[in-house]
Design a protein around this ligand. Structure first.
Ligand SMILES: Nc1ncnc2c1ncn2[C@@H]1O[C@H](COP(=O)(O)OP(=O)(O)OP(=O)(O)O)[C@@H](O)[C@H]1O
Length: 251
């Protein structure tokens, strides 16, 4: 789906998440949790997000649904500081009081405690399941013994306690998706952004993953889950619907 930009729409100014001069300190009084203010994202003439404002408090699990091409992945990438550098961005994303740059993924992960379950899982196929969980923890400075304990615990939590030494490329799509969830959960994030985290799962595993996301929220994380799956969306405390890049009322 392509949406063309009309005159005077998104892109008339570059501020906040798209600012080229680094962090914008304009919203330092923002609450903990996650806020997008008037977020607009354009890829050339295609408007992926148009004036989206969203607030997710610590302890909330929010589902983002909407048709294919509605802008769900773009929203999550914006919140994670992981947008395609070709995007032009207006508005601002604030995590735990700190503005996030559109290409500030590492900073968002390490400094602000953002974890992502990307669409398509984003795992290293030639590493084992356990290595995929462990390596980011070590990179983030978690002590080796603690990182190994967290890795074991997270893989057990997604029902893959016996599969840690399997190469990712040997696992099924659903098992890979659960490894990606384990990797995010093991990071003990303040903010979790999960893009279609249950799309490859059967009923039992979908319930398992949903319970994990709900548990993270109960522990105080702000959790945003993009999903086509109405049953998964029903597990959220709140649901927002995107349509052609705009927030529309949930049915
Ligand atoms: N890197 C990119 N370059 C160009 N256009 C893009 C890029 N990423 C997204 N888009 C466009 O932005 C719009 C929103 O895409 P997005 O992937 O966010 O939708 P979505 O709701 O996640 O879709 P799906 O449910 O199919 O994953 C689409 O028109 C898409 O083609």
């Amino acid at each position: 789906m392509s949406r063309r930009r009309g005159s005077g729409e998104v892109g008339s100014q570059r501020t906040g998440v798209g600012a080229s001069d680094g962090l914008d300190r304009g919203h330092t009084s923002a609450p903990a949790g996650l806020t997008a203010y008037g977020l607009g994202v354009r890829f050339g003439e295609v408007v992926a997000l148009d004036d989206v404002t969203l607030e997710v408090a610590p302890g909330e699990l929010v589902a983002v649904s909407g048709p294919s091409g509605a802008g769900k992945s773009t929203l999550l990438s914006s919140l994670a500081g992981a947008l395609d550098p070709a995007a032009s961005v207006t508005g601002q994303v604030v995590v735990a009081g700190a503005p996030v740059r559109s290409s500030g993924a590492r900073e968002a992960t390490v400094r602000l405690g953002v974890a992502v379950v990307p669409q398509g899982n984003g795992l290293a196929a030639v590493l084992t399941a356990a290595e995929n969980v462990l390596v980011p923890l070590l990179e983030a400075g978690v002590r080796a013994s603690e990182a190994m304990a967290r890795t074991r615990e997270a893989l057990e939590a997604v029902g893959l306690g016996d599969s840690g030494d399997h190469l990712v490329e040997e696992l099924s799509g659903g098992q890979q998706q659960r490894v990606a969830v384990a990797r995010a959960v093991a990071a003990r994030p303040r903010i979790l952004l999960a893009d279609e985290p249950t799309s490859e799962l059967d009923h039992a595993n979908r319930e398992l993953v949903l319970a994990l996301l709900q548990g993270l929220a109960a522990d105080g994380a702000a959790v945003v889950m993009a999903t086509h799956d109405l049953e998964a969306a029903a597990g959220a405390v709140r649901r927002i619907v995107l349509d052609e890049g705009r927030v529309s009322p949930a049915p």
